[in-house]
Design a protein around this ligand. Structure first.
Ligand code: UDP
Ligand code: MG
Length: 314
């Protein structure tokens, strides 16, 4: 059985449409499936729509968060709840084509492949500044994590062994896109075209994207910490050169007042120190958040009519 995990935040206009689209395509292709909806603390009627669907159809399970925990948490709640032999992640706005899920499923079904990952053929309509930054972000994550994250998305089909591996990862701050690469396993790619969102709006604001990038970089790689060392080496080299120069001038009697140099050096070193402290502070904040061991999410209610055919005992 295939579990289709759908995180949703304020998607009242999309829930029914998406469930119908998934149901139709799966029926046409004879794929045994379930849908796991995760309501990420929506403020609209998303949960009401989900419960109605889950009550009417035993193949649909609806999970309700106590507040908005973010898509990452919703993904992991979905993986925890999924009972399938494999699971795929789908956005509620149908930006990931359901037909590609069939293609992914067929590849998995043949065996030998544990992860079928969807790669974006093109990034859709996007602002060039945003595009540039996202390229830089993925470069950094890819390089430091030894992963290939170019054109990566959350659109992935995973075998049960991958789902179990991800469920066993204990960290609180998760980055699914990178973690599902980090776990390894045999991976195959399929390419898909990102569709435009028809109903509702994207939940991303520019400030959130910056937060997303900083958060994920600091939770996934320690590369910025090495930057602090690099700064140290650079300032040390500069101070060597300037130091020799200053001593030379002093002993040969042509040392000047040199106040501008002092001021510039002061400004330069103090900003480098504060910048470095900021980077270190970010990592300490991450440690602080992890060490509290709070759950990734809190589930308020679940509507599930799954029969006892469930082999995973959930
Ligand atoms: N989403 C979520 N929690 C959030 C924000 C988004 O579960 O806090 C869901 C949203 O309902 C959708 C998916 O994540 O199913 C992708 O969100 P969106 O379409 O806003 O992102 P984009 O496609 O623009 O990257
Ligand atoms: Mg979207």
């Amino acid at each position: 059985m295939l579990s289709v995990i759908i995180p949703a935040y304020n998607e009242e206009g999309n829930v029914e449409r998406t469930a119908a689209a998934v149901g139709k395509v799966m029926a046409e292709n004879n794929i045994d499936h379930e849908i796991v909806f995760v309501n990420d603390g929506s403020a609209d009627k998303t949960w009401e729509k989900m419960t109605a669907l889950a009550k009417a159809d035993s193949r649909i399970t609806a999970v309700n968060f106590s507040r908005n925990f973010g898509k990452e948490s919703a993904i992991f709640a979905g993986l925890e709840t999924a009972a399938g032999d494999c699971a795929v992640l789908l956005d509620c706005d149908l930006q990931f084509p359901v037909e590609t899920v069939v293609e992914m499923y067929r590849i998995w079904e043949k065996g030998g492949v544990d992860i079928v990952e969807g790669r974006k053929k093109s990034r859709g309509r996007e602002n060039p500044v945003y595009k540039g930054f996202s390229l830089l972000f993925y470069k950094l994550i890819s390089k430091s994590g030894g992963l290939d994250m170019k054109d990566a998305s959350d659109f992935k089909l995973m075998d049960r062994c991958v789902i179990d591996a991800l469920n066993r990862m204990p960290e609180r701050l998760t980055f699914f896109r990178a973690m599902s690469g980090w776990v390894g396993f045999r991976t195959e790619k399929v390419w898909f075209e990102v569709a435009d969102r028809e109903i509702g709006t994207s939940k991303w604001r520019p400030s959130q994207l910056v937060k997303f990038a900083v958060n994920n970089i600091t939770s996934f790689t320690s590369a910025p910490l090495q930057l602090v060392t690099v700064f140290g080496v650079i300032t040390f080299l500069v101070s060597l050169i300037l130091g020799v120069n200053t001593l030379y001038n002093k002993f040969f009697g042509n040392s000047e007042a040199g106040f501008p140099t002092v001021i510039i050096l002061q400004l330069l070193t103090s900003s480098i120190i504060m910048f470095s402290l900021g980077i270190i502070g970010y990592y300490i904040a991450k440690i602080y958040e992890e060490i509290k061991q709070r759950p990734r999410y809190i589930i308020k209610d679940i509507v599930c009519r799954r029969e006892d055919k469930d082999k995973n005992g959930k």
